[in-house]
Design a protein around this ligand. Structure first.
Ligand code: PLP
Length: 377
């Protein structure tokens, strides 16, 4: 199988696996224990915190280790539910991941607004500027890059608008990290990320939050993470995550994204030529180099494409992994004004750190074969 579903999760990089093996042998202690074995584990976490803070451009004390981005985002919404007065609203983009959207609905029922996006899948900054001049929400949340379309969001501009009015800003950077340089994200008040989207292990992530001690913990119990997240830290997975992120950042510093964009664009050109009626979702926008979201020709349903591509040896997706198996069309495509029928024809191909140009070529050929099969039927 050739794997084209990296936006759902990625295989673990050799460097990340190695870091996990070494750390789990070397750091056997509980980072909270008072003896030297505990202190060594604590020191390893501190070093990892400093590395991540340097990459993001923030203070090391702003970093809290979590079980992943779902927990990080829930922590932020929970924190504001405790902190804001009963009338304050939260504004989140209509294309956020369910772990932001659903926790917003959960903690702010009837007190949230969805920031609209354009047909091309970009958050509408004019709306934000205009609405913010009239009313001030207690929190704004806009992701850095969308998981379904790969469209990059104007998070820097949205942060500046929020700053202007003193509104805290959450950026879900899950799909950005490891694919685009992290630097600058640390400017946001809150940033969430997780390892398994950039070659690290599953079940580990982080939350960048303003400063020591100010976040209401979602998980209560011990005083780990300066009282911001109870539970013994998983030192080996944190070090493994950082090993993966450092490899990715080094590749990005060598401008790897430029050659990868060339591969993606060549694939898209080939697909559009060979599959009359197909369309790129978010065409013309700045998009992640790894993601192609494509509306297939009208002839067939997306499920049949996924099954046939699977048989042909390609793992692809119909949208975000979280919506797979659900009947409703993707909320992202609905937010972009795609009809249910159109959304039902959209496939997502997402490459990753180990994908080669040959893999993209093979996928283009696989699509053509499946299409020819359908046409013959
Ligand atoms: N945010 C985005 C944009 C995602 O794509 C995902 C995973 O699909 C998440 C959050 C959730 O991350 P995790 O799997 O670490 O909980």
């Amino acid at each position: 199988m050739i794997y084209f579903d990296h936006n759902a999760t990625t295989p673990v990089m050799p460097e990340a696996r190695q870091a996990w093996l070494e750390a789990s042998e070397k750091f056997i202690g509980n980072p909270s224990s008072p003896h030297r074995i505990g202190s060594r584990a604590e020191a390893a976490l501190t070093e990892a915190r400093e590395k991540l803070a340097t990459l993001l451009g923030c203070d090391a004390l702003d970093i809290v280790w979590t079980s992943g981005a779902t927990e990080s985002n829930n922590t932020v919404l929970h924190h504001f539910a405790k902190n804001l007065d009963a009338k304050s609203e939260v504004w989140v983009s209509a294309i956020e991941h369910p772990c932001v959207l659903e926790s917003t609905k959960h903690y702010f029922p009837g007190r949230h607004r969805l920031i609209p996006v354009t047909r091309a899948g970009v958050v509408d900054l004019d709306w934000l500027t205009h609405e913010m001049a009239d009313a001030r929400p207690g929190l704004v949340a806009i992701m850095a890059a969308n998981n379904e379309t790969g469209v990059l969001q104007p998070w820097r501009e949205a942060l500046a608008i929020s700053r202007q009015w003193g509104v805290p800003f959450l950026c879900d950077a899950v799909q950005w990290l490891g694919k685009m340089p992290a630097h600058g994200l640390g400017e946001c008040d809150f940033v969430s990320g997780c390892a398994h989207k950039f070659g690290g292990p599953k079940g580990v992530g982080f939350l960048k939050c303003p400063e020591k001690g100010r976040v209401h913990p979602l998980l209560v119990g011990g005083k780990q993470e300066e009282g911001r997240r109870a539970g013994t830290e998983n030192v080996a997975t944190v070090l493994s995550m950082m090993a993966a992120l450092e490899v990715r950042e080094a590749a990005l510093a060598q401008r790897e994204q430029e050659s990868r964009t060339v591969w993606r664009d060549a694939f898209e050109r080939r697909m559009l030529k060979c599959l009359p009626g197909s369309e790129i979702v978010g065409a013309g926008q700045r998009r992640l180099w790894n993601t192609v979201s494509a509306m297939m020709p009208e002839a067939d349903s997306q499920q049949r494409w996924v099954v046939k591509l699977d048989k042909a040896g390609f793992a692809v997706s119909t949208g975000s992994a979280c919506s797979t198996g659900r009947e409703e069309p993707s909320h992202v495509l609905a937010g972009m004004n795609y009809s249910a029928g159109e959304a039902g024809r959209v496939l997502r191909f997402s490459s990753g750190w180990e994908t080669t140009e040959l893999d993209w070529n093979a996928l283009a050929e696989g699509l053509m074969k499946v299409h020819q099969g359908i046409v013959k039927k």
